[in-house]
Design a protein around this ligand. Structure first.
Ligand code: WTA
Length: 634
């Protein structure tokens, strides 16, 4: 891993919680809660009781067919019923569920009652378009209420949503739509970004030429740009037109706890993205109860998670978690530094945000502009801050703690993954914190750091992070690829444990420090992207013969791409070709694939079986000894 973890190794400051946090906390004794969580099935069963079930489960956890675990066996429920519909029978009926704000300062509020109506109307539309239980519906939308409404509409009728991050582009879209065999794609004209409108529909138009399963494109008119609609009737429709006059009541589909809720694609160490499949009951229990634990949600909270809904953080903690707890979730469409780097803090001040959750890369980015921006705003409403996506370096942690949290707010550094669905390793608000450490596994979770034989490594030593017991919101398989599910996650290390793909170490207090990925996956500004994925896009360009990609340290984004390219005869890596390759990558993968450097080479280090040894490139890059090179080709 290229990240500089030496800074982390020296960090030994401990921050105790402010008394106001302890006073308010639902869980005041962290250690005692961890003890309670050791009775693991009972612990999660207790959590499941906070929801409505149409039929209670017969068994909490079924381990008879490992690693295909089942939770809340034979329980019947519905996600949308629990996240939306049940609240309209309570005093939350007219409370704001979604507060949408964008970079133009426009806002839109939807109460639980209004959300309930919109979801029902959309669910009826989906049915009218032929969607049935189990069908896949894709969404390629910006951060907007219609995205949340569409996801909940799917859940209401048992359709499976597949949200594709709107920063991904044509190539990524084609692959994901075809893998999920989506029948409908819901998109928008465009999205606001730094004073401009980025068009989305043309990307969908181009992609679906290669996606035979897509029957209908539904277009949300979100911005003020003109869009071209195709004249083939029935193939393209406007969201607003479809909804108009639609019945606002819709029958709730009774779902088995193990019925699929969504597929979300993430990068692995091969070129093909992994379709992570999450199901209904366990996911519901897991995301809501972890959010409750880590951010101590109360009535009256205003919750803001800045992640895009196109990633797991958005699914679990912008949409489902907060709504399942009946809180208000803020949806922000825009960049953190536009119109100026104080925009987030102005929103905190204006609306009185109480709990705020973001990514270390955003903190590092805003830190560069100094404390003059946060200082302009009254941030007294903030109680708890959080981070996710990559290690938070102590410098960024302290900046966040001082300038945003004003030394009152704990920083909840949450470790988890698309696959885990929910937070697994994180402090509670009352936990003594060490900047840069994710502290300990949450109550009800058992994790360890082991060597390749599954033996725990000594304290202080780096090893593989594994999860030793199943947890409710765990993914159930990789869509269309059970073998990969078994091999990548459950066979790497003996003992039937879940291999996370991360390296970590434990200190003498049992606190865990995440060091980074152990596989060929890059983490660019908290976004996972596979080296093989990037390489295959490079070699698809006519000038490139072979490509190898590694991560290059970046002070803001954590990591960016460094590419070693062998070019075809007659090509030179000059400024024009560099620009062209950047454009090509952007077109195929979207802006997440940030290039730091490209170099032209004559040869790449390979094993005798022809695999690129990225490890050697990385070592050379960092001036380290490359280690064992016995399998290196002459
Ligand atoms: C990394 C995001 C350090 C890790 C929820 C993991 C982290 C990958 C942290 C999952 C953290 C996530 N500290 N590293 N608090 N949280 N990671 O699937 O490498 O997009 O395996 O899920 O991000 O990324 P994913």
């Amino acid at each position: 891993m290229s990240k500089d973890t030496s800074v982390l190794l020296e960090e030994d400051r401990v921050f105790k919680p402010h008394y106001t946090i302890v006073e308010e906390a639902h869980i005041k004794n962290w250690e005692a809660e961890i003890e309670k969580g050791k009775d693991h099935e009972k612990y999660w069963e207790e959590k499941a009781r906070m929801f409505d079930w149409f039929k209670k489960w017969d068994m909490v956890l079924d381990e008879s067919n490992k690693p295909f675990y089942k939770w809340f066996v034979n329980g019947k429920t519905n996600m949308t019923h629990n996240a939306v519909d049940r609240w309209i029978e309570t005093d939350k009926r007219n409370q704001v569920a979604i507060l949408y704000v964008n970079e133009r300062g426009e806002e839109r509020k939807l109460t639980y009652y209004e959300l309930h109506r919109e979801v029902n109307r959309t669910a009826n539309v989906l049915k009218r378009l032929g969607i049935r239980k189990g069908d896949a519906v894709a969404m390629y939308l910006p951060m907007c209420p219609e995205l949340v409404i569409s996801m909940l509409a799917c859940a209401k009728i048992g359709a499976v949503h597949s949200v594709i991050y709107s920063g991904l582009s044509v190539g990524a879209l084609v692959e994901r739509l075809n893998d999920a065999k989506a029948k409908i794609i819901i998109t928008a004209d465009g999205t606001y970004r730094r004073g401009k409108v980025i068009k989305l529909k043309p990307i969908v138009d181009e992609a679906i030429l290669q996606c035979p399963t897509i029957e209908t494109t539904v277009v949300v008119k979100h911005t003020d740009i003109e869009i071209e609609m195709s004249d083939i009737s029935g193939r393209e429709m406007l969201f607003d037109k479809l909804i108009e006059g639609e019945d606002d009541e819709c029958e709730t589909e009774e779902m088995d706890a193990e019925d699929p809720l969504f597929i979300l694609y993430t990068s692995g160490s091969t070129g093909k993205p992994k379709g992570v499949l999450h199901t209904t009951g366990g996911y519901m229990v897991g995301v809501a109860s972890t959010l409750q634990m880590t951010f101590d949600i109360h009535n009256g909270d205003l919750w803001w998670c800045t992640a895009d809904i196109g990633w797991i953080t958005g699914h679990s903690y912008v949409v489902y978690g907060p709504l399942l707890l009946g809180t208000t979730t803020l949806l922000y469409e825009g960049a953190p530094d536009y119109p100026d780097p104080g925009v987030w803090w102005s929103i905190v001040e204006r609306y009185g945000v109480t709990k705020f959750y973001t990514a270390p890369t955003a903190i590092r980015h805003l830190m560069r502009f100094g404390d003059k921006h946060p200082r302009k705003y009254n941030l007294k409403s903030l109680k708890i801050l959080g981070t996710v996506g990559e290690p938070t370096n102590p410098e960024a942690w302290i900046w966040y703690y001082k300038n945003i949290g004003r030394e009152r707010c704990p920083i909840i550094d949450t470790w988890w993954q698309t696959e885990t669905g929910m937070h697994l390793i994180a402090p509670l608000p009352v936990t003594p914190l060490k900047p840069g450490s994710v502290t300990k596994p949450l109550p009800g979770i058992e994790a360890d750091i082991v060597d390749e034989n599954g033996k725990p490594v000594p304290l202080g030593k780096g090893g593989f992070l594994v999860i030793k017991k199943p947890w409710p919101a765990m993914f159930r398989t990789l869509f269309n690829d059970e073998e990969r599910y078994i091999n990548v996650y459950w066979k790497q290390i003996p003992g039937g444990v879940y291999t996370a793909g991360d390296m970590a170490r434990k200190d003498e207090d049992g606190y865990i420090w995440i060091q980074g990925r152990s596989d060929d996956v890059l983490n660019i500004a908290g976004h996972r992207i596979g080296t093989a994925e990037v390489e295959s896009v490079f070699v698809a360009h006519p000038a490139v013969a072979e490509a190898a990609v590694i991560g290059k340290e970046d002070p803001i984004k954590g990591e960016v791409i460094k590419a070693f390219l062998i070019l075809k005869k007659g090509h030179q890596l000059n400024a024009a070709l560099i620009e062209e390759l950047k454009r090509h990558l952007r077109h195929e993968l979207g802006p997440v694939a940030v290039i730091g450097e490209m170099v032209q080479v004559e040869q790449l280090p390979k094993t005798r079986s022809g695999k690129i040894m990225r490890r050697i490139l990385r070592a050379r890059e960092e001036g380290r000894d490359p280690g064992d090179t016995s399998t290196l080709e002459e």
